[in-house]
Design a protein around this ligand. Structure first.
Ligand code: BG6
Length: 307
């Protein structure tokens, strides 16, 4: 089956030496983009971007060496898509954490070159067997991935049904970093956040930079701020800007939680930082029939020396 799917995708969408289709880990169908400024890998499972690298730089996205690559489990790393709920489901805590979009197989809708050596891919998801188990609403998701000197991700949700619905969402990006204890995060100073780990509750962020010295699981609501990761060890700054997003989530599991996660190595907490472009909690989106909303995350990395 996966071979047939890959053959059909090649037939319809391949751009020789630029956009290819193959079977990645555990023979899961994957898109491979190779262009002069960058390379990028996307699994159809979860429309999951697992790898992006600007030419001359180290990979920008963290991917756990212990990640599952299984149709019933999310990939640990890259850019999981959390949709249509964030965290545990309020309807039923036994439903999959962070929704079903990251567990669904998406379809390729289009692949096209853009001026300036960029490639645009659009993947889509609609109601399916899995979604029907958890969510009655009629939806269409279009995920536009633009690969070039930067990585641009746009998740558009459309209500194609007859009733309004509300949803939460996050582009749960795992950034690869040299050492969580050394990096600085700029952009959230002075904002209010709700910490899910001790000290649990609402706090006001100290002025920038934000430094990391313990488990961090913070939801910043009502913020449109762009963030910058300053990573001296990697000689890199990563600017994360966004549109259509009122929440930002910052997460690092630190030591004990890392040990408790089966799909994450004990020491990998040192090498990743999740900055999630989101609409969660009271920032959830409501769409009336026919309405759409787009959530956009734009990632631009540069050498610190070049700034
Ligand atoms: C973060 C949540 O977004 O995702 C955390 O705020 C959660 O609470 C983390 O632990 C990872 O979730 P998962 O389901 O991918 O292990």
């Amino acid at each position: 089956m996966p071979d047939k799917l890959v053959a059909a995708l090649r037939e319809e969408f391949e751009i020789e030496n630029v956009v290819g289709f193959d079977l990645g880990v555990n023979r899961m169908p994957r898109i491979v983009v190779t262009i002069p400024p960058a390379e990028c890998h996307i699994y159809l499972h979860g429309a999951h971007v697992t790898h992006y690298r600007r030419r001359g730089q180290a990979p920008l996205l963290f991917l756990s060496e212990k990640s599952y690559f299984q149709s019933d489990k999310p990939i640990r790393g890259g850019v999981p898509i959390c949709w249509p709920w964030f965290g545990p489901s309020k309807a039923d805590p036994s439903y999959p954490m962070h929704g079903f979009a990251r567990l669904s197989q998406w379809s390729v809708n289009s692949v096209r070159p853009l001026p300036g050596d960029e490639i645009e891919l659009i993947l889509t998801l609609g109601p399916n067997e899995l979604s029907a188990k958890y969510w009655p609403n009629h939806f269409k998701l279009d995920y536009t991935i633009t690969v070039g000197e930067s990585l641009d991700l746009r998740l558009t949700t459309t209500n194609i049904g007859d009733n309004p619905f509300s949803y939460e969402e996050a582009l749960h990006t795992y950034f690869a970093i040299s050492d969580i204890r050394q990096v600085q995060l700029m952009g959230l100073g002075g904002s209010q956040f709700n910490s899910k780990v001790p000290p649990v509750g609402v706090h006001t962020q100290n002025p920038d930079p934000l430094l990391f010295s313990a488990e961090t699981d913070s939801v910043y609501a009502d913020t449109k701020a762009q963030c910058t990761i300053v990573d001296q060890g990697e000689d890199r700054s990563v600017l994360i800007s966004k549109e259509g997003s009122d929440s930002t989530v910052v997460w690092n599991p630190w030591t004990e939680k890392a040990k408790a996660m089966a799909d994450f190595s004990d020491e990998e907490w040192l090498k990743m930082l999740c900055i999630e472009t989101a609409n969660v909690w009271h920032n959830a989106i409501t769409l009336t029939p026919g309405q759409s909303h787009a959530l956009r995350q734009h990632i631009q990395s540069d050498r610190l020396a070049a700034l």
